[in-house]
Write a protein that binds this ligand. Structure first.
Ligand code: PMP
Length: 284
């Protein structure tokens, strides 16, 4: 079941007009929210980032947070899995094709749910491969825009190479992955590129920073150079669907010892404990 413009319906019934500006221009923003034990994870963070994206593209938020929460809770109820992945999209709506904003238009609001597909045991035990590429995206990578063609092309480079992710370099610095944030462990310190217009402020990135700080994991939020990326003992990628994953090959070469490292294992454990606590609150 999905939600589209005021109605819940099976996805097969959902249609949007061809003049929707999301379809014509990619003129919209989105969120992906994981749901554990039927509870949306960090909903407040996702709704705050949605508001920031909407503000950046000068689109009025069609709903207050309490309305979003009700819609999301209802959609979770209407779908089967306890663990879900919600995809929420707002576009500037349907209007005659013209680049400038239409004067009056109602935004299109779409929310769908899929079963959450977490990382596999193999990915956690053995890590995943990544490649690097120049970050050729625009200068507003902090906006979670549905216009993802650059990210699509960059991710396809990884797929072509049989890898899971493409890590992006701009002016000699690591920005993020095509669909994830990236961390490097160097001499036992977790290095996190700072939030800026050059990366998406990941909700999972925030969780990792919080868990590191709360558990005295050595951490530095600062620019990470290409040589630090290539020389790091460990590389991690994070996203709402995959949580934290170890990258064990980069451009075909082993990262550190070529196995998920001790800092990853620690962070993975902290993340699982954090989720288990939330599940207990949900059940109790
Ligand atoms: N960067 C990019 C480019 C992304 O698309 C994503 C989400 N898939 C992330 C980072 C991670 O963000 P989050 O942890 O909020 O899923």
């Amino acid at each position: 079941m999905i939600y589209l413009n005021g109605e819940f319906m099976p996805i097969e019934k959902a249609v949007i007009p061809v003049l929707d500006r999301g379809f014509i221009f990619g003129d919209g923003v989105y969120e992906v929210i994981p749901v554990y034990a039927r509870r949306p994870f960090r909903l407040g963070g996702h709704l705050a980032r949605l508001q920031a994206s909407l503000d950046s593209i000068r689109l009025k938020n069609p709903h207050h947070d309490s309305q979003w929460q009700k819609l999301i809770e209802r959609l979770i109820e209407l779908n089967e899995s306890d663990d879900q992945s919600l995809y929420l999209q707002v576009t500037r709506g349907v209007a005659k094709r013209d680049h400038a904003f239409p004067e009056t238009v109602t935004p299109t609001v779409f929310i769908m749910s899929n079963p959450l597909m977490p990382a596999t045991a193999d990915q956690i035990e053995n890590g995943v491969g990544a490649i690097t590429a120049p970050d050729n995206r625009w200068l507003r990578c902090d906006v979670k825009s549905t216009a993802l063609l650059p990210n699509v092309l960059l991710r396809q480079l990884a797929a072509d190479a049989g890898c899971a992710e493409t890590l992006l370099l701009r002016d000699g610095m690591l920005t993020e992955g095509s669909a994830s944030n990236a961390f490097v462990v160097s001499e036992g310190v977790v290095l996190a590129p700072p939030k800026s217009n050059l990366m998406l402020p990941g909700i999972t990135y925030d969780v990792v920073l919080e868990l590191a700080q709360a558990n005295d994991v050595p951490l530095e939020v600062r620019n990470v150079s290409e040589s630090e990326l290539r020389g790091g003992e460990e590389i991690w990628i994070t996203s709402s669907s995959k949580e934290v994953l170890p990258v064990t090959t980069l451009d075909g070469k082993a990262v550190g010892k070529g196995r998920p490292g001790p800092a990853f294992r620690r962070m993975h454990g902290l993340f699982q404990d954090h989720k288990a606590q939330l599940r207990r609150t949900a059940n109790g």
